[in-house]
Design a protein around this ligand. Sequence first.
Ligand SMILES: Nc1ncnc2c1ncn2[C@@H]1O[C@H](COP(=O)(O)OP(=O)(O)O)[C@@H](O)[C@H]1O
Ligand SMILES: [Mg+2]
Length: 313
Amino acid sequence: MGTPLLEIENASKIFHLKPMFGATKEVVAMRNISLSIQKGKALAIVGESGSGKSTIGRAVTRLFRLSEGSIRFKGNDISAFKSRAEKLDYARSVQMVFQDPFAALNPAHTIRHHIERPLRLHSGLSGAALVDAVRQVLADVELDSDVALDKYPHELSGGQRQRVNLARAIAVGADLIVADEPTSMLDVSIRKSVLGLMERMKTQRGITFLYITHDIATAHYLAEETAVMFAGQVVEWGPSQMIVSNPQHPYTKVLLDAVPNPCVRLTHADAESREFAQGVEAVRELARKPAGLPVEVEPGHFVRHRFEKRDAA
Ligand SMILES: Nc1ncnc2c1ncn2[C@@H]1O[C@H](COP(=O)(O)OP(=O)(O)O)[C@@H](O)[C@H]1O
Ligand SMILES: [Mg+2]
């Protein structure tokens, strides 16, 4: 298979919180994470809020140093980049797309500006070639140039804005896109089309995706592989279809059970939902403990249950 585009090896991140009052607290946001993605593939990281998904994304974009472990991109340790050129090249190759499609767009500039600038800077294009390239990039994300080019971000819909963000990643020539809940702020009706667009960017342009989502059920539309995270640990990972059709870890089962109606909150109103809520809490308690050695349940499909004494042997 060759060297993966991205390799995360035994990565941990501990945040030390020093409140004004009280004792210093440690938050283990990532614990011994090992994951890899081949070029042109997508890996989904799924889990509920606070499980550590964004921390992985931020670590990959070099926003902080790991407490332990390493991240390699095309075989090179990303914490070892020394020169400005190396750092800039990495920052160009790895682009982040956020949940809020407004976050990365400048409200004072038109869509034309947002796409032209990276094409000029990174591909050295100008004149008619630049005009053509801008149109091509917008066409790639299924935006009509005539309609979109001279608009400002606030004049577009949420889905269109997210398309502009993806177009920008294409314009800078990104190899890897870290998409952190890219569809969760969009209307349900257009989520699938944005997911479909990312799928085509992957298959047609060979762009690799680290796809962060709490939606385990739709992850397989984009991602060949899925890793399930809870409390900073990956508890189960493997081909997305196997994770969905043959979940092994109780936490993965909880995530899948919650899927049919993610909008309904557990109200504790009746005995059944009270029992479910208690069951979920019990699973959470279990999954919070350090996980044991990985067990391969079918080819490429791994689960890590609670650490047992025999794991240490
Ligand atoms: N900069 C930080 N300082 C302290 N704690 C943090 C920081 N970033 C994340 N955390 C903590 O790490 C855990 C994982 O957070 P995060 O990666 O944002 O989860 P997710 O994206 O899955 O919702 C949470 O408990 C969060 O409070
Ligand atoms: Mg997050």
